[in-house]
Structures are given as structure tokens and as C-alpha cells.
Write a protein that binds this ligand. Structure first.
Ligand code: 9MR
Length: 366
């Protein structure tokens, strides 16, 4: 898409969103897809996932497995509204191997089965991270060689367990500091910067068909961190390391302006030959929420999604949970919340309407 077309899309979308907020009937979380029968689709009845399909961008959500088991409306919305799912926690190392050598796959297997039953793809999250590591690993004293073997085995076993069932793996998560230097994690300290290329090679060996991503936050626009990541991906591609994509998490806060150069940032990864995705979108607000903040939130979601829609090889847009009933935000950012598309009673917010309109406007898309 040319820059002129991008500008036109953004302007037109803003107008449609403004109009729709006044006139559209409220959509529901359990919207089902209508059969087409050769007639133009009635977009009001289409789920986010189906609207995304018309644009070539999958629309996903992170899934909280406790909520999925206990809350029927949550399960219904997760099943019908989205075309891909990401386990919010159950594929992380502390969840799958709480005791050394003894694996707990059941919750993650349940999500994979849920996705299959609902014709959804799965983003695997995440293999190499500094956080949510099991105690036996962080408290243990291992030599660098031992730690390298432990990491190799973790990747081989986990990717192997899910072989053929994962669409995209977040192989390496949050490896950078905001200034563009590599994070001083246990992996960097003990194994040196080569751990990143090794992790991608090991994951590729275990499942050659999965798309392998590096994922991070605060890399939505062009900045020191996203540029360092760009340089790393460029080097890895030149060295034929099997890296397929860059995940841009998209955790925003209405009190800071949403970057308006997301498409410029994602577009430069197109040029490296890798895919991109928005992998963890949410937009938090300082409580209590007023109408201005609610509309600013809708705009921020829209800016994130449009950045993806405008980028040729941006393949998916995932929200980090869809209801305020279950959100990581209040527990981490004191006094903030309301970050999701639906409120705690599953009522859609302006942000939900806004991203529907973006998808409708963008079809037929890429
Ligand atoms: O949403 C996740 C929350 O339930 C966990 O307690 C937390 C632990 O660090 O991780 C959250 O998910 C994070 C994701 O895995 C990586 N990017 C940031 C997400 C929000 O913290």
C-alpha cells in the first residue's frame, strides 16, 4: 500500500469510527458468523475473527485457562470471537516444568484442543524469557554448559511436544532493554548473546513448520529498542538463522500518545523478509474511566490495528485478554485497569466497535 493510500485509509477510518460510535447497534460478545449464500456479508453478524479473515489478518486473544474452565460466557466469547489463541501463562517454563524433568502439559494441551475444536490457530508463548522461570532453575547453580543443555532440552521438549500444532512460537521474549542494549538476563549472563540464534535453531529443529518469532514490548514505533531489534533480525537473517517474525506486544496506556509510525516500523521488517504481528494488545486507563479516556482507548486500539493492516506481512493482531474481568493490568499498575475490549460484564466498549470498523473498512485487504 502506498503512503497516500495509507493516509486516506487512516482518515476514512477515523470518520467511519466517529460515525459508527453514534449509529451502530451494539454488537455482542457471542456474535456468530452468518452463512454467506452468495450475498454480501452482513458484517454486523461477523465475529472479529471473521472480519479479520476478510483482511488477511488473524484476530486472536490470550486465554486464561482458569477463566476458560469456570466461566461459560468467557468460554463462549473466546470460542466465537477470535480466530487464534495464545496461552496467557500455561506454556511458560514455570508452568510446564515446575519440577525438573517432570512436565505438566495438560492445561496447554487443553487449549490446543479448544483451538482445534473452534478452528483456531495457536500462538505458542513463550520459550526463552527472563521471567516465570521455575524455581529449580533460578535457584540452582549451573555451569554455562549445563545451562545451555537445560535450555536446549527445554526448547526441544516443549516444541516437540506441540509439534505440528503451533502456528507461531514466541521463541525469545523481551530480550532487549528500552535503550536497545540486550537485557542482562540469566541467558545473556551465562550464555552470551548467541543464546538467541541457538534458541531459534533448536526450535526449528523441533518443529520445522512453526513460524518462529522474537517478541517484545515498547517496540510499536521506531525507537532505540525497535531499531536494535531490527538490526538483530537483519543479522540473524544474514546468518540464515531460522527466524520468521517479530511480535510487537502493544501494551499501551492512554496517558501516553500511541505511536503513529507503527506502519513505518513494521514496514521495515517487511523489507527484511520477516512477518510481523501485534501479539499482546491492551490499552490501560487510570481509574475511574471517563468518556474521553474511553474514546482515547478506542483510538489507541485502532492505531495498533491499523499499523498491522497497513503492513503487507503483518499476519495477526492478538489482544492480551478480551474482558476486564480477567486482566493482568490492575495487579501490576496500581490504580489502572479497564484495558480490554469488553468490560467485566462482557459489554463491548468503544474500542471493540472501533476495531470492527477498521476491519470492515480494510477488507478485502492483503
Ligand atoms: O498476563 C500474564 C500474567 O497473568 C502473568 O502473571 C505475567 C507474569 O509475568 O505475565 C503476563 O503476561 C505477560 C506476557 O507473558 C509477556 N508480556 C507481558 C505480559 C504482561 O505482563
Amino acid at each position: 500500500m502506498t503512503k497516500a493510500n495509507r493516509t486516506a485509509l487512516i482518515a476514512a477510518t477515523a470518520a467511519v469510527v466517529a460515525a459508527s460510535l453514534c449509529t451502530l447497534p451494539q454488537a455482542t460478545a457471542s456474535a456468530h458468523d452468518a452463512p454467506h449464500h452468495g450475498r454480501p456479508a452482513d458484517t454486523a453478524s461477523l465475529s472479529l475473527g471473521s472480519l479479520g479473515d476478510r483482511t488477511g489478518v488473524r484476530i486472536g486473544t490470550a486465554v486464561d485457562m482458569a477463566a476458560l474452565a469456570a466461566d461459560a460466557p468467557y468460554k463462549a466469547a473466546a470460542a466465537t470471537e477470535f480466530s487464534s489463541v495464545t496461552p496467557e501463562n500455561v506454556m511458560k517454563w514455570e508452568s510446564v516444568e515446575p519440577t525438573r524433568g517432570s512436565y505438566t502439559w495438560a492445561p496447554a494441551d487443553q487449549l490446543v484442543a479448544f483451538a482445534r475444536a473452534n478452528h483456531q490457530l495457536v500462538r505458542g508463548h513463550t520459550l526463552v524469557w527472563h521471567s516465570q522461570l521455575p524455581g529449580w532453575l533460578t535457584a540452582g547453580s549451573f555451569t554455562p554448559d549445563e545451562l545451555r543443555d537445560i535450555l536446549h532440552r527445554h526448547i526441544t521438549d516443549e516444541v516437540g511436544h506441540f509439534r505440528g500444532q503451533i502456528w507461531q512460537w514466541d521463541v525469545v521474549n523481551e530480550a532487549f532493554n528500552d535503550d536497545g542494549t540486550l537485557r542482562n538476563s540469566i541467558w545473556l549472563q551465562e550464555l552470551g548473546p548467541g543464546y538467541i540464534a541457538d534458541a531459534f535453531r533448536w526450535a526449528h529443529e523441533a518443529d520445522p513448520k512453526a513460524k518462529l518469532f522474537i517478541n517484545d514490548y515498547n517496540i510499536e514505533g521506531v525507537n532505540a529498542k525497535s531499531t536494535a531489534l531490527y538490526d538483530l533480525v537483519s543479522r540473524l537473517r544474514a546468518e540464515h538463522v531460522p527466524i520468521d517474525g517479530v511480535g510487537v506486544q502493544g501494551h499501551l496506556d492512554v496517558q501516553y500518545p500511541a505511536p503513529h509510525d507503527i506502519a513505518d516500523n513494521l514496514g521495515r521488517f517487511d523489507e527484511l523478509g520477516v512477518q510481523t504481528a501485534i501479539t499482546e494488545a491492551d490499552v490501560r486507563i487510570t481509574m475511574p474511566v471517563d468518556n474521553t479516556e474511553r474514546e482515547a482507548q478506542a483510538e489507541a486500539y485502532s492505531v495498533l490495528l491499523q499499523g498491522c493492516l497497513l503492513t503487507e506481512h503483518c499476519t495477526d493482531f492478538t489482544v492480551w485478554g478480551f474482558t476486564d474481568k480477567y486482566s493482568w493490568v490492575p495487579g501490576v499498575f496500581t490504580g489502572e485497569g479497564s484495558a480490554n475490549l469488553f468490560d467485566e460484564n462482557y459489554r463491548p466498549k468503544s474500542a471493540y466497535t472501533a476495531i470492527r470498523q477498521d476491519l470492515i473498512l480494510a477488507a478485502p485487504g492483503k
